[in-house]
Design a protein around this ligand. Structure first.
Ligand code: PMP
Ligand code: GLN
Length: 384
């Protein structure tokens, strides 16, 4: 293994899901729903397969139906107009989108400023691109994790090429506010930075939180690549259908990298996701309501079990602090948790350069059936 990748090892999601299988514990580690997405969307995939749509290599940028549906979705929800032919690119999940963006836009030695804790592939992809990651840490503040805008400004240097933003944020559940996004946008414009914004949880926002795409802020459309995913929005994580939107120039660059990663993927599923993106608003609001109830159920269970629980405004994760349970090392806690309580979770420390800063935090996924969450909550009470 080369020096760029040597520090990364096996992803925590594979490690923790294997632990769940080995121990038979309830898997609240890796973020995937235990209920598949809408029946009619699965039917659309079956129809595409049967009718021979997408069984051979689809077009490089994605099938026209899906590109049109992505553009229509961005326009309808956010008033962002993109040309489906040149400003939309279908990818093998958001994971490939992240990789292709970084490989296409970062020069060796460039600095990439990313929010910490960061989704684990960010660090690996910055490394593969030969860049240097510069984390800006979200810190606990009144029951949520907040971005310090001064720290963000201080992190930008003459070598900074790109800001890598994620909102709604995995693993903290933070949704950046309009004021925070305004400040990020102003900084990007002032320092002439590119922005890659991972918005895969765009539809999973709760209560009075609001998801505002960074690309909608003044001066941002031309410097921002936005990333979405059918895995998160429609509960089909195995289909690996994602997309990017942005200017012709930026999306063209991302496509240059993408064509040598997978070339294309997920043919028949692309047609099905095109139909999914046209689902009525009632689908999205029902999904959100269901997840909000599950967030409340699991958050209450964790609080009962003695964890300190952070408020999730978006995503399907809740971050906890294990120190009230007398623990200090979230990693050791997660490794022991299947034996102690029959539940699997993920230590947030793996999403930090500064492992100390992340040590006491542990993430639980609530995209699971209600009975599964109730059973998990019951088991976790054994810890109290
Ligand atoms: N970005 C974030 C923030 C994620 O949490 C995930 C994983 N769910 C991804 C990207 C990857 O998405 P996909 O499964 O579409 O590759
Ligand atoms: N994004 C999911 C999570 O954060 C997992 C994706 C993966 O396994 N790579 O849990």
């Amino acid at each position: 293994l080369n020096r760029r990748l040597a520090e990364f090892g096996t992803t925590i999601f594979a490690e923790m899901s294997a632990l769940a299988v080995r121990t038979g514990a309830i898997n609240l580690g890796q973020g995937f729903p235990d209920t598949d997405g809408p029946e009619e969307v699965r039917e659309a995939a079956v129809r595409a397969l049967r009718d021979g749509r997408g069984n051979q290599y689809p077009p490089g940028p994605g099938v026209p139906e899906l590109r049109a549906a992505v553009a229509a979705h961005q326009e309808r929800r956010y008033g962002l107009a993109y040309d489906p032919d040149t400003e939309v690119l279908v990818t093998a999940g958001a994971t490939e989108a992240i990789a292709a963006c970084l490989l296409a836009l970062v020069e060796p030695g460039d600095e990439v400023v990313a929010l910490e804790p960061y989704y684990d592939s960010y660090a690996a992809c910055v490394a593969m691109a030969g860049g240097r990651r510069v984390p800006v840490t979200l810190r606990p503040h009144e029951g949520t994790f907040r971005l310090d805008l001064d720290e963000l400004r201080d992190a930008v240097t003459d070598r900074t090429r790109l800001l890598l933003i994620n909102t709604p944020h995995n693993p903290t559940g933070t949704v950046l506010t309009r004021a925070e996004l305004t400040a990020i946008a102003e900084l990007a414009v002032e320092r002439d930075l590119l922005v890659v914004t991972d918005e895969v949880y765009e539809h999973l926002v709760f209560d009075d939180a609001e998801h505002v795409p960074l690309a909608t802020f003044p001066g941002m459309r031309e410097r921002t690549v936005s990333i979405g995913s059918a895995g998160k929005t429609f509960s089909f994580t195995g289909w690996k259908v994602g997309w990017v939107t942005g200017s012709r120039e930026l999306v063209g660059a991302v496509r240059s990298a993408k064509q040598f990663l997978t070339y294309v993927s997920s043919g028949p599923f692309q047609y099905a996701v095109a139909e999914a993106l046209a689902l009525p608003e009632s689908y999205f609001s029902a999904f959100r309501d269901d997840l909000r109830a599950k967030r409340d159920l699991l958050s209450a269970g964790l609080a009962d079990a003695g964890f300190s629980v952070f408020r999730t405004a978006g995503t399907y994760f809740v971050t906890t602090d294990v120190r009230p349970l007398g623990e200090t090392d979230g990693f050791a806690f997660c490794r022991a948790l299947p034996e102690r309580a029959g539940v699997v979770a993920v230590p947030n420390a793996v999403f930090y350069d500064d492992r100390e800063a992340g040590a006491p935090f542990v993430r639980f996924a609530f995209c699971k059936r209600k009975d599964v969450l109730e059973e998990a909550a019951e088991r976790l009470r054994r810890l109290a």
